[in-house]
Design a protein around this ligand. Structure first.
Ligand SMILES: C[S@@+](CC[C@H](N)C(=O)[O-])C[C@H]1O[C@@H](n2cnc3c(N)ncnc32)[C@H](O)[C@@H]1O
Ligand code: SF4
Length: 409
């Protein structure tokens, strides 16, 4: 184990060792296994087309032309927010922090009906999903009526309003992540601009008591570690326990949404390399004492172009649909103004389009598209992912290990 002090500059070697440790040794978040598996079974039994699609997915290799429909989608119900967090691209979206119109319920339902292969959706993208009120709850209910596992993430600012916390839990999502990026009022409000710490704190207690009283494991606190809050790293576990969370995940990376401006801004405040194994283990130990399962999400540098089974799975089995019904490669880009594969009104046409095929083929050939670079391993010192030799396509014939529950983004 590499020992580094939080505030001292770390050497490149120690940084690399910490990275490897984080990626390979720290526990990662996972959905409630029994609930997830029971739901998957019910979903596959509910529709023979879903089962056949899923079997084709399981049997498939990564290719430019998948013979199955996506098994997961991120569906952004809304692209506007009531906060303007320092590290989030929504803060750039004009005076109203809004990129586009909200998704219409009929568009959502049409997508769910057409995409019979879905076993999981995340109903949320950029923006605060609860701003869409009843339409959002109806979306969750509609997906659940098709036995689709639903996840969402909220800033918790509206949970108290009109008993939203009850409506949300009663819509029966598989998991509700709640973003909580500061263990003190000062830090929280400095990062989550426009928020009120006490309100979010009380709302978390509200939804957690509602779940805990009913024996429901639905919520997860998500703390996005950055320079502005790393000094409170251990205290996040205390806050989680006080608010009644039973799961806490430290998100360790800041994405750049495929944009140079955000790459620079977030590079300046990232703290992932300051998270040492000692800090992580101390948090896990404290979590054990306080009844909070502590896990870590390390999304960048997770993929490698060296073989097909190490490529990002998104282009081959999953997509992000923006609130204005555009198909975007993934939730790390999450913005059709950065990468737009086509209109989700014709999702199936887009899924098999030449543009999507070229995007997939570039991955298979090891020509990792620029917008995807952040998620690929950079050899020490290079700052860039390897652009693998063109024979990577050969590896596309090897079958990747598949467990949809493990791909947690
Ligand atoms: C974009 S928000 C949307 C949902 C909701 N508004 C919220 O904040 O929970 C989803 C998650 O992305 C996280 N996030 C924001 N900016 C990020 C960045 N640059 N890199 C990684 N995650 C980020 C937020 O902290 C939150 O947990
Ligand atoms: S609350 Fe969520 S969507 Fe809104 S600015 Fe913050 S991270 Fe972005």
């Amino acid at each position: 184990m590499v020992v580094t002090s939080q505030r001292q500059p770390t050497s490149a070697d120690a940084r690399e060792a910490n990275r490897t440790y984080r990626r390979t040794r720290l526990p990662r978040p996972y959905p409630d296994p029994s609930a997830y598996q029971a739901n998957l079974k019910a979903a596959l039994e509910s529709d023979p087309r879903k089962k056949a699609n899923y079997e084709r997915y399981l049997a498939a290799r990564k290719t430019a032309t998948p013979d199955f429909l996506p098994i997961k989608l991120d569906i952004e119900n809304i692209s506007r927010c009531n906060f303007r967090c320092t590290m989030c691209q929504v803060s750039d979206w004009g005076p109203k922090f809004q990129r586009a119109e909200d998704m219409a319920l009929e568009h959502f339902k049409h997508l769910i009906d057409e995409q019979y292969g879905l076993v999981e959706v995340k109903v949320q993208g950029m923006g605060e999903p609860l701003l869409q009120r009843e339409t959002f709850f109806e979306m969750v209910r509609y997906a659940r009526s098709k036995h689709i596992w639903v996840r969402t993430t909220t800033n918790a600012s509206l949970l108290h309003f009109r008993d939203n916390y009850k409506s949300l839990i009663e819509a029966d999502p598989g998991e509700v992540q709640i973003s909580f990026d500061g263990a003190t009022k000062q830090t929280f409000e400095a990062i989550r601009r426009g928020s009120k710490f006490e309100l979010v704190y009380d709302n978390c207690k509200l939804i957690n008591s509602y779940c805990n009283d009913r024996g429901l494991l639905k919520t997860r606190m998500w703390a996005l570690v950055q320079q502005g809050n790393i000094g409170e790293f251990p205290e996040f576990v205390d806050r989680a326990a006080e608010m009644g969370f039973r799961r806490l995940t430290y998100g360790l990376n800041l994405t750049d949404w495929g944009q140079a401006k955000w790459a620079d801004a977030n590079k300046a405040v990232t703290a992932e390399d300051d998270v040492t194994p000692e800090m992580a283990h101390a948090a896990m130990d404290k979590g054990k004492r306080l009844g909070v399962e502590v896990t870590f999400w390390d999304v960048t540098s997770k993929y490698s172009a060296e073989s097909a089974d190490k490529l990002c799975a998104w282009p081959f089995e999953r997509a992000f649909v923006s609130s204005d019904m555009k198909v975007v490669p993934c939730c790390i880009i999450a913005n059709p103004e950065v990468y737009n594969l086509g209109s989700a009104q014709d999702f199936n046409g887009v899924w098999q389009s030449k543009a999507y095929q070229r995007f997939r083929q570039a991955h298979l050939d090891g020509r990792i598209p620029k917008v995807c670079e952040l998620c690929y391993i950079r050899p020490a010192g290079s700052g860039k992912p390897p652009h693998a030799p063109t024979d990577v396509g050969q590896d596309a014939t090897s079958r990747p290990a598949k467990d949809p529950a493990l791909d947690y983004e």
